[in-house]
Design a protein. Structure first.
Length: 446
């Protein structure tokens, strides 16, 4: 049976390399579609968890993993030899930035080299990691072809960006349309057939490079719009206008507008990073991507602005940052998830710590913060956000607006609140919202 037939018959042996936020949900969807899936990850802890039938990704139910493992449709391993038994491999490894903001391709390169060592004729390889346009053809294809097999002839190659949004209750791996670009029409057809089994809508594009650029357009669009609304927040603050009220009213326009909200800065594995993959590549063509750079500057400065608000708030109460006890409410990069990658809370905490504050944090999703995971360098443990901890703090900074926090209680129990997410509803002199100075009428009402 050829690969096309086995994909369609769902008898193909499917592999996923990298079982993180992207790879594990995909592996589970393939298993649900009836494929026998093998996950490959370097992390022994993750592979062991899957072996026990446990999920470590909040969006993936442990029952789904347990069921698939029990049914024999999902297994995991740390060794790449198993590639010899597989017909398809999706690569979902990390693509971070180096300190210099250049792409760190080391994860892709090492995963692809390990796959190349066991590549065999007829295989389909699909890269999913977000990366600069050209990666599949310029980096992945030559490494795989070192095996002596030719892409598009002896094996098939495609790129398909992942669009998963952790914590999103409405959109998941299955119901988010999947863009697919193959090296040749046959590569495209095979990748489309594979995804169609597990994902509701598949959108073909003409090449892997277009598919790579699609993802970077989407994430650059977000980074630039967030940068724009963050700048508007700084402007509104200066002009005495409530930016949140402005955005809420503007979003009633039924066409030509889409709301973006200001905040303490960008976080996560995608929005703060991916646009720099694009700007790095564009610069090689002598092109200066100005929107990306400008949005990057504005967004990266937001934690400093939050600290400025803390300083002003304490100053109004005749206190200094130095020596104050500051409690950070929420440190994951966005609401209701446990992901700390690039979280702006870490910068806010570090800046306050450097200014002499005694910093603590409360986050039910992040019980511990090891010193090596943030620039402050000290191991920390979450405190409970209760009346006692809030009353003991000179200032509570809402950085991540988890649903479990009681915002009325935060306002009642705290001496000073800096709200970077518009989470509080009570207007009071000791509650400072980012981009929304208190109106004289609010003060009069206090
Ligand atoms: N997390 C998101 O919301 C999201 C959304 C869309 C796209 N992406 C992109 O998807 C890719 C993966 O992101 P993620 O969030 O799943 O990362 P992750 O860190 O959660 O998972 C990556 C996994 O790959 C494993 N790994 C690293 N090197 C490996 C190797 N050589 N061989 C086998 N396994 C290896 C790691 O142990 C880890 O389990 C990135 O390019 C990211 O930009 C992420």
């Amino acid at each position: 049976m050829g690969i096309f037939e086995s994909i369609n018959a769902r008898t193909a042996r499917v592999g996923v390399v990298g079982l993180g936020y992207v790879g594990l949900p995909l592996a589970v969807e393939f298993a649900k579609a009836g494929y026998r899936v093998t996950g490959i990850d370097l992390s022994v802890a993750k592979v062991d968890a899957i072996g026990r039938g446990e999920s470590y990704i909040p969006d993936v139910a442990t029952s789904d993993v347990a069921e698939a493992v029990k049914a024999g449709t999902l297994r995991a391993t740390t060794t790449f030899e198993v590639i010899r038994e597989l017909e398809t491999v999706n690569i979902c490894v990390p693509t971070p930035l180096r300190k210099t903001k250049d792409p760190d391709m080391s994860y892709i390169v090492s995963a692809v080299e390990a796959i190349a060592a066991h590549l065999h004729p007829g295989m389909l390889i699909v890269l999913e990691s977000t990366t600069y346009p050209g990666t599949t053809i310029e980096v992945v294809q030559p490494i795989l072809e070192k095996s002596g097999l030719k892409a598009g002839v002896d094996f098939y190659l495609a790129f398909s960006p992942e669009r998963v949004d952790p914590g999103n209750e409405k959109f998941n791996t299955r119901n988010v349309p999947k863009v697919v670009g193959g090296l040749t029409p046959t590569c495209s057809k095979l990748a489309q057939a594979l995804y169609s089994a597990a994902i509701d809508t598949v959108i073909p594009v003409s090449s892997p490079t277009v598919a790579e650029m699609v993802k970077l357009l989407e994430n650059t669009f977000r980074a630039v719009n967030i940068g724009m609304v963050n700048e508007l927040a700084l402007m509104c603050d200066r002009m005495g206008i409530d930016v949140w009220e402005v955005v809420d009213a503007a979003k009633t326009k039924p066409f030509g507008f889409m709301p973006f909200y200001p905040g303490p800065g960008l976080g996560g594995h995608c929005i703060p990073i991916d646009p720099f993959y694009l700007s790095w590549k564009a610069k090689q063509f002598g092109f200066d991507p100005r929107f990306i750079e400008l949005a990057g500057h504005i967004n990266a400065a937001m934690p400093h602005y939050v600290v400025e608000k803390v300083r002003d708030g304490l100053n109004a109460q005749r206190k200094s940052v130095n020596g104050s006890r500051i409690l950070i409410a929420g440190i994951s990069y966005k609401r209701d998830i446990d992901d700390m990658r690039e979280s702006p809370a870490l910068d806010v905490m570090h800046l306050l710590q450097k200014a002499g504050a005694e910093v603590s944090y409360a986050d039910p999703y992040v019980p511990t913060l090891p010193g090596h995971e943030w620039p402050g360098g000290v191991d920390m443990q979450a405190v409970t956000l209760d009346r006692k901890t809030m009353a003991a703090a000179d200032c509570v900074v809402i950085v991540t607006d988890h649903k479990v926090f009681d915002y009325d209680e935060i306002v009642l129990a705290s001496k000073l609140v800096i709200d970077t997410r518009n989470a509080t509803k009570v207007r009071a002199a000791h509650v400072v919202r980012l981009g929304a100075p208190l109106a004289a009428s609010d003060l009069a009402a206090v």
